[in-house]
Design a protein around this ligand. Structure first.
Ligand SMILES: Cc1cc2ncn([C@H]3O[C@H](COP(=O)(O)O)[C@@H](O)[C@H]3O)c2cc1C
Ligand SMILES: O=C(O)c1cccnc1
Length: 358
């Protein structure tokens, strides 16, 4: 198993630069507004300065959304009302420009790249579709490891490659997206494994499962943790946890985060699938979190748990529960506005505005 791209990427990730953070904070305080008046947006700008290692940080545009698509063996356990072929049908929809993610991407001016890391069918070549198929879906995580170690690393490295390519093509903000029927089950299992929460606390209704399916979903996640020797509350070995109960798109998104962090390009996270993948990325490289911004908080309870564990504050809460990158896309104009303030707004000195009495 060749781990060189993964290890090289992890080794390249720098934590936030404290000098840039201090400088950005001081700059915010010189701008013509009362101190702290931009609330959480000031924190975002300071965060991006730390991540970039300079103040003001570069504008986080153009933005590139990557939608990682894959299928899940756990689908056979009846954890979602949707048939598995919806994954491949939605991939075709993304490529044709017809999904919600395409509409939001058009609205905020982000490019869309769709990546097949593990769809359970051969997909025809199409513009905007990248082929990185690692497997035709995962194995059933409730019966044992969802992925082999080789598959886990290959999917991580697929995500790293996509991040590298988008950055090389000019992207200055990476946005995570996912498509994979049943992937909220794998997400909740990852959140339980990494944060130590009980599955009942972090399992949500995904695409809208009924009470009976919801109870089964929690039971399936309990069995999955058990079958993979993952005990909630015990720090999970990152690759074993990711490969044990994650999906190919989770591993790819974790790699995408690492790839962005290594290139010092900020990664705007979407919902629970991204949040659970970020837990794996953070376990592999803690400094990667410094390069992440939580776009939104989704309705899935596991998402809030993941963000809290990572110390990330979501920018918007619109009760979205879709995935695809939709919540990350919606937050992009806010992140741009936060950084533009640092570039464009006059200081008390430059504008001749009198400061308040000391
Ligand atoms: C038409 C359709 C479009 C979607 N776009 C994102 N998802 C989202 O829902 C799925 C996860 O929910 P669960 O775990 O309950 O299956 C993922 O594919 C996710 O991307 C969709 C789901 C459907 C049905
Ligand atoms: O939190 C999410 O992003 C989400 C929720 C439900 C279904 N798919 C994604």
């Amino acid at each position: 198993m060749d781990l060189s791209l993964l290890y090289e990427t992890i080794a390249a990730i720098e934590p936030a630069d404290p000098a840039a953070v201090t400088e950005a904070r001081a700059h915010q305080d010189r701008l013509t507004k009362p101190r702290g008046a931009l609330g959480a947006l000031e924190d975002v700008a300071v965060r991006l300065a730390g991540a970039a290692g300079c103040s003001p940080p570069p504008m986080p545009e153009p933005a590139a959304l990557a939608i990682f698509a894959a299928d899940h063996g756990v689908h056979a356990q009846g954890v979602t009302p949707w048939p598995q072929e919806v994954t491949q049908q939605m991939v075709a929809n993304f490529v044709a420009g017809g999904a919600v993610a395409n509409a939001f991407a058009a609205q905020v001016g982000a490019s869309v790249t769709v990546v097949d890391v593990g769809v359970a069918a051969d997909l025809p070549h199409a513009p905007g579709l990248v082929h990185h198929k690692v497997a035709y879906g995962t194995a059933d995580l409730s019966a044992g490891p969802a992925m082999t170690p080789e598959q886990t690393v290959a999917a991580l490295e697929a995500g790293i490659s996509v991040a590298r390519r988008l950055v090389a093509e000019g992207a200055r903000c990476l946005i995570t997206g996912d498509m994979g029927i049943a992937n909220t089950t794998a997400s909740a299992a990852l959140v339980a494994a990494f944060t130590g929460h009980d599955p009942a606390e972090v399992t949500g209704r995904g695409t809208g499962v009924d009470d009976e399916t919801y109870a089964r979903k929690i039971e399936v996640i309990r069995r999955a943790l058990d079958a993979n020797g993952l005990r909630p509350g015990h720090a999970a070995a990152p690759l074993a946890a990711l490969g044990g109960v994650g999906g190919l798109e989770h591993a790819a998104i974790a790699g995408f985060i690492l790839g962005g962090a290594a290139a010092r390009v900020p990664v705007l996270l979407d919902g629970v699938i991204a949040g659970s993948a970020a837990l794996a990325a953070a376990a592999l490289a803690p400094a990667a979190v410094d390069h992440c911004v939580a776009g939104h908080r989704s309705a899935e309870p596991g998402h809030a748990a993941a963000l809290e564990y990572l110390g990330l504050r979501p920018l918007v809460d619109l009760e979205l529960r879709l995935g695809e990158g939709t919540g990350g896309l919606l937050a992009h104009p806010l992140v741009c506005a936060a950084v533009r303030v640092m570039h464009d707004v006059a200081t008390f000195d430059s504008a001749g505005v009198t400061e308040k009495d000391a």
